[in-house]
Ligand binder design. Structure first.
Ligand SMILES: Cc1cc2nc3c(=O)[nH]c(=O)nc-3n(C[C@H](O)[C@H](O)[C@H](O)COP(=O)(O)OP(=O)(O)OC[C@H]3O[C@@H](n4cnc5c(N)ncnc54)[C@H](O)[C@@H]3O)c2cc1C
Ligand SMILES: C=CC1=C(C)c2cc3[nH]c(cc4nc(cc5[nH]c(cc1n2)c(C)c5CCC(=O)O)C(CCC(=O)O)=C4C)c(C)c3C=C
Length: 477
């Protein structure tokens, strides 16, 4: 088979599917677009299950934010796919978007949102929040180019904010340890403000006062509606899995070849710059390869020919999460919120619990998702923990925290192995070195996916779209 005009995509998660969709839309489109997926289903970590009675559980992501260019890119895509009627949003001002709880010293504590917390000591903090602002004003900037989220916030705003706000935030976005995760992961603009103004409060003030410039990119009617109505987060009826399902339908109709249960097992770069993708006995010659694989998986494929690259790719680690969906009949919660998070100082097996039916009710039932382990999975549960044991642990925790003692009507447990990459200190440099190696060695590889430039579904879609736009300008079709 000739390589000219054939593009291979490795990985059928949301990144790979978004790339396949975008590639099938460009003119002229490549002659062949072939996607290889190792698992028996497409969608990667986006995974919703629909019970026979229509009740939906999410085993991966459940809500997306509509903000920023990447939030708009996803809503634009949703409209292009004709899914706008299926969009469900949490309304502005809804308790699930306002109430943030943390579980500290065996108590659920609502994080303060009122101005009075500036002047009055409000639990879980040990000082009025104004102290944090003053500390920032009197702290000079660090010369370090990167540091951990915990160190940065502790230094600038005090250890209380780092322990009770930042540490649980990191557990709720990457199931990781704030003492290891790079400040550039979630607080890039604050780190930049420190470098530019010396104080993060000056940076915050400047950006609050500055009118944002009008967008230079397309904003669909759906995205405009989300902005106008100030949706905090949104999802899809039938679960977020409807998004990859719709992409699969569209790309199949556009002639993209999708192969499931077809792991890429070898990737060879020939001297003439063409590439050979192997999946078992099959081989495909192509002009370009888009990898939407987790970094550690791509590392295995390039190990033999490019050990230096393999080592760099492998250094972007991922962690395992035990995820337990639980359902009870009736309303079992005495407070409304998105859920709660548990700071690592509490040494709990729980990272946090999402109150799914508080954001999106599903009749007269309570559905919760307990998430456990993450960075601490192995030290908490060992190598051989099974689903039954995780269910028992989750139920015990929910009894202590929420007082729910009767058994759930239904439950599902999933062990999500190496599901979320960890952007530890130095991540940006590592990604730059990886990309430089690929360019310098003319590997013809495009790297997308959650391992590199953002873990949210929005980031994955946005980065896949941008990468294909760039590739289109130099495609050897
Ligand atoms: C529990 C959990 C909750 C989350 N919550 C949110 C949230 O609320 N909001 C949000 O925005 N994001 C959330 N995320 C993050 C987001 O879901 C992921 O970052 C995103 O889905 C990753 O997509 P991806 O396509 O880059 O990677 P993946 O989904 O990992 O896809 C990679 C694909 O490659 C396949 N593959 C692996 N090896 C091979 C091979 N050799 N050959 C071919 N295929 C291969 C895999 O089977 C997989 O399908 C959450 C993630 C998890 C795990
Ligand atoms: C309240 C409890 C939460 C738990 C437990 C939780 C677990 C969890 N989340 C991710 C990955 C992501 N979550 C994201 C958004 C997000 N998560 C929560 C809360 C919990 N997450 C909220 C309230 C939100 C939404 C909105 C917000 O205010 O940010 C995201 C997207 C972030 C973005 O930039 O949009 C990711 C990614 C994992 C892996 C996980 C497992 C323990």
């Amino acid at each position: 088979m000739g390589s000219s005009g054939t593009v291979a995509i490795l990985g059928g998660g949301i990144s790979g599917l978004a790339a396949a969709y975008k590639l099938s839309q460009i003119h002229p489109a490549p002659k062949r677009i072939v996607l290889f997926e190792a698992a028996s289903r497409l969608g990667g970590w986006i995974h919703s299950s629909r019970n026979e009675d229509g009740v939906v559980y999410e085993h991966g992501p459940r809500t997306l934010r509509p903000v920023g260019e990447s939030g708009i890119t996803t809503l634009n895509l949703v409209q292009e796919l004709g899914l706008q009627e299926q969009v469900i949003n949490v309304p502005y001002g809804h308790p699930s978007s306002l109430n943030r709880y943390v579980y500290v010293d065996s108590k659920l504590i609502r994080l303060p949102t009122q101005l009075s917390a500036l002047f009055k000591t409000t639990p879980p903090f040990h000082k009025p929040l104004l102290a944090a602002g003053l500390r920032d004003l009197f702290t000079s900037k660090s010369s370090k180019d990167d540091e951990s989220m915990f160190d940065f916030v502790s230094r600038r705003l005090g250890p209380d904010i780092a322990e009770f706000a930042i540490d649980p935030l990191v557990r709720g976005v990457c199931a990781g340890d704030a003492k290891e995760i790079s400040v550039k992961f979630l607080l890039k603009s604050l780190k930049e403000a420190e470098q530019k103004y010396g104080r993060i409060t000056f940076g915050l003030l400047t950006s609050a006062l500055r009118k944002p410039p009008p967008p230079t990119y397309h904003v669909s009617d759906l995205a405009k509606k989300a902005q106008l109505e100030r949706w905090p987060v949104w999802s899809l009826q039938g679960g977020l899995q409807s998004l990859p399902e719709s992409l699969v339908e569209k790309v199949t109709n556009a002639g993209v070849e999708l192969y499931v249960e077809s792991p890429c097992t070898d990737l060879e770069v020939r001297k003439d710059g063409s590439l050979v993708v192997r999946s078992g006995e099959e081989e495909l010659h192509c002009c370009n390869v888009i990898s939407a694989l987790p970094s550690f998986k791509l590392s295995e494929l390039v190990e033999k020919a490019h050990p230096t690259l393999a080592k760099l790719l492998k250094s972007i680690d991922s962690v395992t999460v035990g995820l337990v969906n639980l359902e009870w009949t009736g309303q079992r919660l005495d407070h409304d919120a998105f859920g709660f998070l548990v700071p690592s100082s509490q040494n709990s097996p729980l990272l946090g619990v999402v109150y799914d039916t508080c954001s999106f009710p599903q009749g007269d039932r309570t559905i919760l998702t307990a998430m456990m382990g993450g960075k601490w999975f192995k030290s908490l549960f060992g190598d051989h923990v099974n689903e039954e044991a995780l269910l028992k642990i989750a139920l015990g925790q929910l009894q202590s925290v929420l007082g729910i003692s009767d058994p759930p009507a239904r439950a599902q447990v999933h062990i999500l192995r190496q599901c979320i990459p960890q952007y530890i200190v130095g991540h940006c440099d590592r990604v730059e070195k990886i990309r430089r190696y690929v360019d310098d060695n003319r590997l013809g590889l495009v790297l997308i996916g959650a391992s590199f430039d953002g873990v949210s579904v929005n980031d994955c879609i946005h980065n896949a779209t941008k990468a294909v736009e760039q590739l289109a300008t130099k495609l050897k079709i």
